[in-house]
Write a protein that binds this ligand. Structure first.
Ligand code: ATP
Length: 360
């Protein structure tokens, strides 16, 4: 039996509640496909910083960096801050230190949910935003040498190396999705008409596109993407974009799925990858059993697919598909309405329904 090591970071708030059932479901999906996953639970987060003065102990970071994948729930609590006033969020250090440039944010709607758009085509969405996660406007988030008492600046950085990797990743993703019947379309979402760094980004995009003649490459200004994500989101397949644009567009995508708790992600680099739901620690609902584990479970499915692709293991790709189908079937047959959509299905009800579909 093939075996992989997964570093698990439950973190803070609802992160500690959604992690145990999600880990069990990922483990079960892998077991059914004859793959063994070893999960190592590691401490990190804002509460740990408050208790010990350290948000992410170096030995835990080292373990995570050497694992085959990192499964992270949520970190940060609004009242726990560094001396400079910013929130304690060791997950950002992880992204930066491991150079996780491709932020994969799938938008896949689940059946039977009261979703915000009325058009029936919005009930069956399946596209992926690929957010560049190490550069752009977030490259230099804290102060700049030009800063004075009167003005503050941030620097946008876009490099050819990272942009090339981002677009290669996006075109490869479109190719893999095309094999599963998707249209094979990549839409670069940028602001090339206003920012020279975005004009540069677009030029790199079309250079990379030449390597993938089987995939249709188009571009769009980011404001038009925001419009179309509400007007006709079914038109998309894979959307690579700058860091902050991706941050905002993926929240629109989360709304199309019904809420933050539905939204999954993978942060992928050349040697490491972190899989986590897109929401935060949600302290307002912690300890009440109301947290929606769907995004965490689906992030586990992306992790299985990543491992399967990276280690050429069709068993793991099968396990990913099994888990994703179990989530979809749970929503189709399980009468689930998460709290954040106005229902009463909490962490247990949702993970239990997915488990039942998985072991049927
Ligand atoms: P951050 O500031 O890091 O984004 P946050 O938890 O304050 O973290 P969001 O994750 O954006 O912010 O969540 C906003 C609100 O949405 C939460 O306060 C909570 O009420 C709700 N929410 C988020 N995730 C979930 C979830 N998994 N299940 C149920 N409700 C959620």
């Amino acid at each position: 039996m093939k075996s992989f090591n997964i570093a698990v970071l439950p973190g803070d708030g609802i992160g500690t509640e959604i992690t145990p059932p999600a880990v069990e479901l990922v483990k079960e999906a892998a077991r059914q496909c004859c793959v063994s996953l070893n999960f190592e639970i590691l401490e990190a987060g804002a509460q740990l910083y408050l208790d010990t003065g350290e948000g992410f102990p170096e030995e835990n970071f080292e373990y995570a960096a050497n694992a085959d994948a990192i499964y992270l729930a949520a970190m940060g609590l609004p009242d726990i801050r560094y001396p400079d006033g910013t929130e304690v969020g060791p997950q950002h250090d992880l992204r930066r230190r491991l150079n996780l440039y491709a932020g994969v944010r799938p938008c896949r709607t689940m059946p039977n949910l009261p979703l915000p758009l009325v058009d029936q085509r919005s009930k069956d969405l399946d596209f992926v935003i690929v957010r560049e996660s190490t550069e752009g406007i977030f490259a230099e988030p804290r102060s700049h040498q030009l800063d004075t008492e009167e003005a503050a600046h941030n620097l946008i950085r876009v490099t050819k190396e990272t942009s090339t990797k981002l677009f290669d990743f996006s075109f490869r993703l479109a190719q893999r999705r095309k094999l599963l019947g998707k249209p094979g379309l990549v839409t670069c979402s940028d602001k090339a008409n206003v920012l020279s760094s975005q004009f540069f980004f677009r030029n790199v995009y079309y250079q990379v596109a030449k390597k993938y003649p089987d995939i249709v490459a188009e571009h769009q200004y980011v404001d038009a993407t925001a419009l179309d994500l509400v007007r006709c989101p079914w038109r998309y397949d894979v959307i690579p974009t700058e860091n902050q644009f991706g941050d905002i567009l993926s929240d629109i995508a989360a709304a199309l799925m019904g809420g933050m708790g539905m939204s999954s992600s993978g942060e992928i680099g050349d040697n490491n990858a972190v899989f986590q739901p897109c929401h935060g620690s949600a302290p307002d609902i912690m300890g009440q059993g109301k947290a929606n584990p769907t995004g965490m479970i689906l992030s586990g499915a992306i992790m299985l697919d990543y491992l399967g692709d990276k280690f050429e293991s069709p068993e793991l790709i099968k396990a990913s598909q099994l888990l994703e189908s179990a989530v979809s079937s749970a929503y189709r047959h399980g009468n689930l309405q998460p709290y954040e959509l106005g229902g009463t299905s909490g962490t247990f009800a949702i993970s239990d329904a997915v488990g039942k579909q998985l072991t049927r």
